[in-house]
Ligand binder design. Structure first.
Ligand code: SAH
Length: 207
């Protein structure tokens, strides 16, 4: 169905974003090109298709839905803000429309990542960067490392060194870091420029 990274990116770009984004929860959706790049890379490395994937702080679901699109065996969507669930479900319906397939292999869970536990093969997450809620980023990274042996996690590049230490302390390894210019669309009042880009790093972490 999605025979190229470009096709996946085009589909992901059509998903709906946050209807009422909340600054406190750092609700910024992942850019579709960046999401497609991360997921496509994981797929090419044999880390996604047929694997159980968790999307922590899933928001409107772009990462987990992309994982379903690329043949994950199961996807767990975890989110603290139930107000996003109708959009998330609408986005899953868009995948079903686009593929003509029905996806029953996922679960949507309401909850705080801090008290979450499950087993998966892979976590793909774009959590809060910890700018509002100090430590939110490290909490997500710690939980992700407990959830799966392999993690792709997006963070603000300025926090990269700190996060590398969290990984080492957990006796895990940073396999690679890929940097992106992450577009922050003007969805919240405090943003003045129409499209601001921030430096974001995707950490790939393994056992
Ligand atoms: N992963 C999505 C959303 C990124 S924004 C995407 O890539 O588009 C970060 C998301 O984390 C928001 O949806 C926010 O509501 C959620 N979140 C923030 N704190 C959380 C917590 N403690 N537990 C679970 N989800 C949380």
């Amino acid at each position: 169905m999605f025979g190229s990274k470009k096709q996946l990116a085009v589909f992901l770009s059509k998903l709906a974003g946050f209807e009422h984004p909340t600054a406190e929860l750092e609700q910024y959706p992942t850019d579709s090109e960046i999401a497609a790049e991360i997921l496509w890379t994981a797929q090419l490395s044999g880390e996604l298709t047929g694997r159980r994937v968790a999307d922590l702080g899933c928001g409107t679901g772009i990462l987990g839905i992309g994982a379903l699109a690329l043949g994950a065996s199961h996807v767990t969507f975890l989110e603290i803000d139930v107000r996003v669930f109708p959009t998330l479900m609408g986005n899953i319906a868009k995948l079903e429309d686009a593929t003509g397939e029905e996806f029953g292999n996922y679960e949507i869970l309401e909850g705080d990542v801090a008290t979450f536990s499950t087993d998966a093969d892979l976590v793909v997450q774009n959590p809060p960067f910890g700018t509002r809620d100090k430590g939110a980023d490290t909490e997500f990274l710690r939980v992700a490392m407990k959830t799966a042996p392999l993690v792709y996690s997006l963070h603000k590049t300025s926090t990269e060194e700190h996060l590398r230490r969290i990984v080492t302390d957990a006796r895990r390894r940073v396999l690679s870091v890929t940097r992106y210019a992450f577009p922050l669309k003007q969805t919240m009042v405090q943003h003045t420029k129409k499209l601001e880009r921030i430096e974001v790093s995707c950490l790939k972490v393994s056992r």
